[in-house]
Ligand binder design. Structure first.
Ligand code: AMP
Length: 193
């Protein structure tokens, strides 16, 4: 199963990715987590990325692609992956298509979690309190949502054209949303080998 999870910041991608990881026995790859790990380790990449992340902007395409390429080189992705937070714009989507083609591992599906903006604002405020993420301040959240709407939301069209897109209602109990995801993944056009 090679899956991309699309959705606004706070749409529940991380939560669902954790469940999908257990269900399919493939790793959860979150570019946000990879970047936060680099920040925590204080690597040169992490030091540079921190300011960009705290401002709610996107880290450069080349940096994130390099990290992802490295991660996809690990042996644990042989059976697939749940990709969360990548791609964020069309250039990244094209880079991913090319990378996976080169690896002979095309995507099985792209699941978009649909959550109305008011619910997103509420959820990110709750997460800010629970996790203390430094990029969950109201101002940064606004910036991240704006970037999502301008650069990431158009990816739905890109994947719809590729006949990979599955849209799932992201409102409700975590387990109910998870069931909806499993349901769309059982549709015949999803190739899971
Ligand atoms: P996330 O955990 O996915 O919300 O990501 C947190 C932050 O990491 C984002 O606001 C960006 O600054 C950065 N980031 C994560 N993934 C990417 C990506 N694919 N491209 C650029 N920046 C990213």
């Amino acid at each position: 199963m090679r899956l991309v999870l699309l959705g606004a910041p706070g749409s529940g991608k991380g939560t669902q990715a954790a469940r999908l990881t257990s269900e399919f026995g493939v790793p959860h790859i979150s570019t946000g987590d990879l970047l936060r790990a680099a920040v925590a380790e204080g690597t040169p990449l992490g030091l540079k990325a921190k300011a960009v992340m705290d401002a709610g902007h996107l880290v450069s395409d080349a940096t994130v692609l390099g990290m992802l390429e490295h991660r996809l080189g690990h042996t644990d992705v042989a059976a697939g992956f749940i990709l969360d937070g990548y791609p964020r714009n069309l250039a990244q989507a094209d880079a991913l298509d090319q990378l996976l083609q080169r690896l002979g591992q095309p995507l099985s599906a792209v699941v978009k979690l649909e959550v109305p903006i008011e619910a997103i604002v509420e959820r990110t405020a709750l997460r800010a309190r629970a996790e203390g993420r430094t990029d969950d301040t109201p101002e940064t959240v606004r910036k991240r949502l704006q970037i999502y709407q301008e650069q990431t939301a158009p990816l739905a069209d890109h994947y719809a054209k590729a006949r990979l897109l599955k849209v799932v209602d992201g409102i409700g109990q975590v387990e109910a949303i998870f069931s909806r995801i499993l349901e769309v993944l059982q549709q015949p056009q999803v190739v899971t080998d």
